[in-house]
Design a protein around this ligand. Structure first.
Ligand code: ATP
Length: 345
């Protein structure tokens, strides 16, 4: 493969294991999101790929070349992060052109390239503006243009929009993949925000305590989280502890809200996920739960019910427009175990 190969990377700082056997691939022209909570090793991983920090073990290969002996400034990789500082005494064009001058590019080419990237980020008319007069979103787009201008082989973005307000962040995270794809730019996008990770990249690596917890498309990860950690991190509710009483039939699991058939043997200590979005109101369905509504809330595209089932509070989401019962009402909920239940280790 011609892109990036990360193999078995290990890194410790004193007694802290920042990265533990991290391996993944990234094809050229593709974007990969690295998603995980604070402290899981995301920035360390980027710094190792960039050549700023050496790994204790493992290899990074780019376009078939082992990078172990290639210093950071010869890797042709770009790094953009949240506190990305623009040069305050320069205008927008000068900021973008800075890296190109460093590459000793001809002035006419610098001018053309600067114009191209400013157009890409929607700032064509901003070239002569002093960067101090820009809004936060405009500044981050200048920073992006400056990172893109030297055409790095690989661009790494570390929480680039973390400091911006939600509306602006949402707009930029939709624009970013378009901009990167239009340049066939290979990129790694690091974030602790699931929505951002899923919006920006077709493939996502989820990290937990220095290890890779799951790799997949956003759909694969959301529909089939590989572990209890991933399910919790994605904010999925209805995580039910599984026990194994003596009279349990083969393929069944016992949970605080009842027994369910999951079609396979499940060990003690596992967790059953009842997907909040795979339950219908009313019965009789293949499997029926009875409960009492505790709370109803409106969430935009969906509405949420909090329901007490056998003393356990469960969350269910329904499309907006579905007629929902009121708090205090008795409800029957039905679901297809194949669709709605998932055993997590
Ligand atoms: P955040 O999202 O908060 O930036 P992160 O996922 O990027 O977190 P890292 O910054 O890679 O996480 O840190 C991973 C672990 O390694 C943390 O426990 C951190 O304290 C530790 N660590 C990182 N760099 C160093 C260092 N230079 N010296 C000591 N410990 C470090």
């Amino acid at each position: 493969m011609n892109g990036l190969l990360v193999r078995d990377i290990h890194k410790t700082f004193g007694s802290t294991t920042a990265l533990d056997r991290v391996s993944f691939d990234l094809e050229e022209g593709q974007i990969l999101s690295v998603l995980g909570p604070s402290g899981c090793g995301k920035s360390t991983l980027l710094h190792i790929i960039a050549g700023l920090v050496p790994p204790d073990r493992g290899t990074i290969t780019w376009q078939g070349q082992d990078l172990a002996s290639i210093p950071a400034h010869k890797r042709n990789f770009g790094l953009m992060f949240q506190e990305f500082a623009l040069f305050p005494h320069m205008d927008v064009s000068e900021n973008v052109a800075f890296g190109l001058r460093m590459q000793s590019m001809q002035p006419a080419q610098i001018e053309q390239r600067t114009r191209e990237v400013l157009e890409l980020v929607g700032l064509s008319a901003f070239g002569s503006r002093n960067v101090d007069t820009l809004s936060g979103g405009e500044r981050q787009r200048v920073a992006l243009a400056r990172s893109l201008a030297p055409q790095p082989g690989l661009l790494m973005l570390d929480e680039p929009f973390g400091a911006l307000d939600r509306t602006l962040r949402e707009r930029l995270m939709l624009q970013l993949p378009e901009i990167l794809h239009s340049m066939n730019q290979t990129a790694i996008y690091v974030t602790h925000d699931q929505e951002e990770a899923f919006a920006v990249a077709a493939r996502v690596v989820i990290m937990h305590a220095g290890r890779i917890a799951q790799v997949g498309t956003p759909e694969e990860i959301y529909c089939a989280p590989a572990s209890l950690f991933v399910a919790r991190f994605l904010g999925l509710s209805n995580l039910l502890p599984v026990s194994k009483p003596a009279d349990l039939k083969r393929g069944e699991v016992q949970t605080p809200i009842g027994r369910f058939s999951v079609g396979r043997e499940v060990g003690e200590g596992a967790t059953l996920l009842l997907r909040p979005d795979q339950v219908r109101l009313g019965g009789p369905g293949p499997t029926v739960l009875e409960g009492r509504v505790i709370q109803r809330s409106f969430r935009g595209g969906t509405q949420r019910l909090k329901v007490d089932v056998e003393g356990t509070e469960l969350i269910f989401d329904f499309m907006t427009g579905t007629a929902l019962p009121d708090p205090g009402d008795h409800v029957n909920l039905s679901f297809d175990p194949q669709q709605a239940l998932q055993v997590l280790a």
